[in-house]
Ligand binder design. Structure first.
Ligand code: ADE
Length: 265
């Protein structure tokens, strides 16, 4: 996969030389290049922004500068990604489809009040795949951290990046739609806290059941919104018993329904 990131702070992307993403680059799995938007400016001050039409606080990034940069970087099969708090939420499913389908990502990191809205519209009109995405319901100072997050979440899904692909299967936000169960390692007793005995039992079936129950309980407590979205067909008798102990009921056809007193979200 080829990834181009455009930013006015190229140093912000330095961590992309580290850890798994750094290794994926060295291994040639991902060809990642970071560009300074100011390289496409033409004035002495290397200006990238101006005041907003219609008034208001802050500055807006100029479409002509972004247009010059993106015309040069976008190709036939590029996916243009714009991090913005007003975008659609980035999810594991989105990262999976990007990892599976896209050959070339161009990530345009906005700063200030954002990039002139004509930029995204223009490239969409020209037939480029354009996605405005948000990390979550909070505001960052710019898109660089969101670009780091997107790249890490996508690159770790590319074949050959994570040593044991099995570790991708059971993690939180995996296909089961549940948060991951808690994990433990040595020592078996730490500051008087013991590892749950079932994990030392060597009984594979019981371990699996315990982990599933823990995942259900965690999801019920921390992310009832995810639990409600579970497909009832995926819930066996034991799942239903566990959920019932937690105060939830599973409807015949619809999603998982909590009894009113069970949920406080
Ligand atoms: N830029 C500023 N805030 C952001 C957010 N929450 N997600 C993505 N990009 C952003």
């Amino acid at each position: 996969m080829r990834i181009d990131v455009v930013t006015i702070f190229p140093d912000y992307l330095a961590p992309l030389s580290l850890s798994l993403v750094g290794k994926a680059r060295t291994a040639g799995i991902v060809d990642l290049r970071v560009h300074d938007l100011r390289d496409w400016t033409t004035d002495r001050h290397r200006t990238v922004d101006d005041t907003p039409f219609g008034g208001g606080a802050g500055m807006v990034m100029r479409p002509d500068i972004w247009g010059a940069a993106l015309d040069e970087l976008l190709g036939e099969d590029s996916h243009l990604l714009l991090p913005t708090p007003s975008g659609a939420s980035l999810t594991q499913r989105r990262s999976e489809s990007i990892a599976r389908e896209d050959e070339h990502l161009v990530i345009a990191c906005g700063r200030y009040e954002g990039i002139d809205a004509r930029v995204a519209a223009h490239y969409a009109d020209r037939g480029v795949r354009v996605s405005e995405f948000s990390l979550g319901d909070y505001v960052l100072n710019g898109g660089e951290v969101a670009a780091l997050v997107l790249i890490e979440s996508v690159v770790r899904l590319l074949p050959g990046v994570v040593g044991n692909p099995h570790s991708l299967v059971e993690e939180s936000h995996g296909e089961a739609g549940l948060l991951e169960y808690p994990v433990y390692t040595k020592p078996p007793v730490w500051r008087e806290a013991e590892v749950p005995p079932v994990l030392l039992s060597g009984h594979h079936g019981k371990v699996e059941r315990w982990r599933r129950d823990q995942a259900l309980a965690r999801t019920a407590e921390r992310r009832p919104d995810l639990l409600r979205r579970l497909d009832p067909a995926e819930l066996d008798k034991k799942d239903r018993a566990t959920l019932s102990e937690l105060g939830w009921t599973v409807g015949e056809h619809g999603p998982v329904l909590p009894s009113p007193e069970a949920v406080a979200d």
